[in-house]
Design a protein around this ligand. Structure first.
Ligand SMILES: [Zn+2]
Length: 454
């Protein structure tokens, strides 16, 4: 069909062919680059979006040959520095020399999903790297003539102690809002007491709380709330108190590693943490309680309901109630997609009607307390989306809402004196509703390089 008349047309078709060839090569290269470097690492949709963003930025980086370009990288769930270097097509040799710098390995090795890294790149070469180590510390690495140099820029935070208190009329958030506290602080309070109080079921109008917390600012700019130092929650007349304490010595207990090196304790040094979560998902409403003689809504006959149903939208994350090992994961009759976890001391928990499982979770695998194992659905015999949750002790079903949950370890005898001394002014402040002079004295602004509030 191609008509080649004379030399001019011949040249044109040759050019056309070349152009086509180039386009194909470019498309292939792009597909390879994206597929290989990016998409295979992306596990979730939102990370996908981030990946796309990084890839677009990296593309721009490749085009800007001379100008140094700042690339903001939001760390994904499975990203390591090495993975990110590969994604940005940066030299692995540079990474090795970065890691060889004293102290740098420690401050770069563990990345957190969602955190931001700033890469300065020129002509596929790393020229700078910035990472926020803490709200007051920024690590800056720059390429000098004789290699990389690093420094930590310190911009200290000012901490002011505050007391907040509120009475609940309809929700914890409403009460916190009226007291001028953020939703995030309300969530943290709920989190501290989550082993004793089911914030889904147990909260009643008239419940109240009082909290001692830090308010942070930097160069006069408010940065929101810092640590919760102590909190009291009165739930249906029962008083619960929690004191934040850096336990240090309990290190070595893997189940505590998530909490860093501090925990919340009762005034007499018992851990508020239990070996199990009361509810394996957050802030939903319970549609069916434990009941041995319930009429089954689908089968329409009396059938013991040996668990709790938590009504929740499809896709709500479901967490492992405690540390353990996956005993079963798959489909099982009326349960639909179900996970069973075997815990220590012959406790077993069951999570039914799931829409899907956490990616990669397999039978025999270890899970930690609070780890997301699946998502709410309505597979199996279910009339609507909900989580069916069971708690079994030595093979016998217990009411998950009422069963006595085993506590975590208390403060060690050797540190109990320290703890009591630490707790005393906090408890006085909680009682009086104002920061006690003793507590103020302890967190007075440091005169030189002292650390406040410890
Ligand atoms: Zn159920």
């Amino acid at each position: 069909m191609t008509l080649e008349i004379g030399s001019k047309n011949g040249v044109m078709s040759l050019l056309k062919a070349r152009w086509l060839q180039c386009t194909v090569v470019a498309v292939l290269a792009l597909t390879w680059w994206r597929g290989e470097g990016w998409l295979s690492d992306l596990r979730r949709l939102d990370e996908g979006a981030i990946g796309e963003r990084i890839s677009a930025e990296a593309e721009a980086a490749k085009q800007a040959v001379l100008l140094p370009l700042t690339i903001d990288v939001i760390v994904g769930a499975n990203d390591t520095l090495e993975v990110i270097f590969r994604k940005l097509e940066l030299s692995v040799t540079d990474l090795a020399s970065l890691r060889a710098l004293p102290d740098l390995r420690r401050s770069l090795d563990r990345l957190y999903p969602g955190e931001l890294l700033k890469f300065g790149v020129r002509d596929s070469e790393l020229v700078s790297l910035e990472r926020q180590l803490s709200p007051s510390e920024t690590l800056q690495v720059t390429r000098e003539a004789d290699g990389f140099e690093s420094e930590v820029i310190v911009n200290p935070l000012e901490r002011t102690l505050r007391v907040g208190e509120a009475t609940i009329r309809n929700s914890l958030f409403q009460a916190a809002g009226e007291a001028g506290l953020s939703d995030s602080l309300a969530l943290r309070i709920a989190d501290i007491f989550r082993w004793d109080i089911d914030f889904v079921l147990d909260i009643q109008p008239g419940d109240r709380f009082r909290v001692i917390y830090e308010e942070l600012s930097q160069d006069g700019t408010p940065l929101g709330e810092g640590d919760v130092l102590a909190v009291e929650f009165v739930n249906q007349g029962t008083v619960y108190r929690a004191i934040r304490f850096e336990h240090g010595e309990i290190a070595g207990d893997a189940s505590l590693q998530d909490d860093g090196d501090f925990g919340y304790y009762t005034p007499d040094g018992k851990s508020l943490r239990k070996a199990f979560l009361r509810a394996p998902l957050e802030f939903t409403r319970v549609s069916s309680r434990f009941n041995m003689f319930r009429r089954h809504p689908v089968l329409n006959r009396i059938r013991a309901h040996r668990g709790v149903d938590y009504a929740a939208p499809i896709g709500t994350p479901v967490k492992a109630a405690g540390e353990g090992r996956v005993r079963f994961i798959g489909n099982k009759g009326g349960y639909g997609k179900v996970i069973e976890i075997q815990h220590a001391n012959e406790v077993r928990t069951v999570y039914g009607h799931l829409s899907r499982f956490a990616r990669g979770l397999r039978q025999g695998e270890r899970v930690r307390q609070g780890e997301i194992i699946g998502f709410v659905g309505m597979t199996g015999l279910a009339t609507g989306p909900h989580l069916h949750y069971e708690y079994l002790l030595r093979g016998i079903h217990k009411d998950p809402q009422k069963v006595a949950l085993p506590n975590d370890r208390p403060i060690s005898a050797s540190r109990l004196g320290d703890f009591k001394a630490h707790a005393a002014p906090l408890l006085t402040s909680l009682e009086n509703g104002q920061i006690s002079p003793a507590l103020l004295a302890r967190v007075a602004p440091p005169t030189s390089t002292g650390t406040a509030g410890r």
